[in-house]
Design a protein around this ligand. Structure first.
Ligand SMILES: NC(=O)c1ccc[n+]([C@@H]2O[C@H](COP(=O)([O-])OP(=O)(O)OC[C@H]3O[C@@H](n4cnc5c(N)ncnc54)[C@H](O)[C@@H]3O)[C@@H](O)[C@H]2O)c1
Length: 325
């Protein structure tokens, strides 16, 4: 039985705690947060509470650490956890910069770290991947994704780390739409280059980072795609992924997969947390502890480098930037 400590007891931690509770090979041993009030989410008195991450990694009783902290802490926390021989599950984004990601790949034990890209396990995504792989609709001719969400001032003020380059590492792209970009690479193939524009439409008085990102994406197999993500919409609309084939169109939207307009399947409903986080943390975490199956650093490499290429392209006014180490 793996003894797990969840580090960072904010919004997403509840989903991890529930998943660990339902996992056969893992038990919630500890919770760590610098804010003592946050530890009250402990499910019972047997859970050990920590306020300092250093105490977590030095505790030999702890086998695994779940990193659910703000983005700027992921890099150091992954490194330190591995140095102390812990298993690691890390929330997205793995890290905040290209340099950090490259360094991460050379760290001893990094291949054992599970990165949380839970949307790859959504039923609609799995079925869409099958259609792509078995070519039942022929070859892909293009892909288009949209994320029209709303993040208010209150949201950004809910955590000091949000909305700042130094602590969030970016805005809608690296935080909310990273899943969508990751699915583009996961489904269609390696992203080769990007031409990106970013702007801050509606939150200039509140955040430094982009609230909107639009990108023209070129894949290794010469396919083209469009990616549009914004936190400046009037409401949280559904993320839409449309894949165009020689013989029709497949769309993931409203948590469902439609093929040529016909509903093929529906995602599992979220039980804990926000609907748009989906319900796949539990599967991802149980797969890690029970079946040693997970998305490792090499499997998220292309989408992570694509994120960094998109920031670089936006900095250079939409110049084509190649996705490379
Ligand atoms: N996979 C998903 O769909 C998904 C969804 C939401 C959030 N996330 C990710 O989860 C992470 C956390 O996001 P959140 O929304 O829960 O943030 P949050 O601000 O609600 O929670 C972060 C927590 O970390 C704590 N913390 C800060 N510094 C710490 C330290 N040094 N040691 C221990 N605890 C510390 C804070 O006090 C806070 O309680 C982010 O990386 C975010 O992108 C992923």
């Amino acid at each position: 039985m793996e003894k797990v400590c969840v580090v960072g007891c904010g919004a997403i931690s509840k989903v991890h705690i529930e998943a660990i509770k339902n996992c056969k090979n893992a038990v919630l041993y500890g919770l760590c947060d610098i804010d003592e009030n946050k530890n009250e989410i402990a499910i019972d008195n047997s859970v050990k509470l920590y306020n300092d991450f250093e105490d977590v990694i030095k505790d030999n009783e702890i086998d695994a650490v779940h990193i659910c902290t703000p983005h700027y802490l992921h890099f150091e926390m992954i490194k330190k956890s591995l140095k102390h021989g812990k298993k690691v599950v890390c929330e997205k984004p793995a890290v905040m910069t290209k340099e950090q990601f490259t360094e991460l790949q050379n760290i001893k034990g990094i291949e054992n770290v599970c990165f949380v890209m839970q949307n790859r396990l959504n039923r609609s995504v799995k079925e869409l991947k099958k259609i792509i792989e078995n070519k039942s609709l022929g070859k892909i001719t293009g892909i288009n994704t949209t994320l029209f969400w709303r993040r208010t001032k209150e949201y950004y003020n809910s955590g000091k780390w949000r909305g700042k380059w130094a602590t969030e590492g970016g805005g809608v792209l690296i935080n909310q739409a990273i899943h969508t970009l990751d699915l583009m690479s996961y489904l269609v193939g390696e992203i080769k280059s990007v031409k990106t524009n970013m702007t801050n439409f509606s939150l200039e008085d509140c955040i430094e980072v982009e609230d909107t990102c639009v990108s023209y994406i070129m894949f290794q197999n010469d396919l083209k795609g469009i990616f549009f993500a914004t936190n400046a919409n009037a409401e949280n609309d559904d993320v839409e992924i449309s894949v165009y084939f020689e013989k029709g169109t497949a769309k993931c939207v409203f948590g469902k997969l439609f093929v040529n307009g016909n509903e093929l399947c529906e995602n599992e409903k979220a039980i804990v947390g926000k609907n748009y986080w989906g319900n796949m943390h539990e599967k991802l975490i149980s797969d890690y502890y029970e079946n040693n199956k997970y998305f490792n650093v090499y499997e998220i490499e292309n989408s992570m480098y694509a994120v960094f290429a998109m920031y670089e392209s936006a900095k250079q006014n939409g110049k084509e930037i190649f996705v490379e180490k």
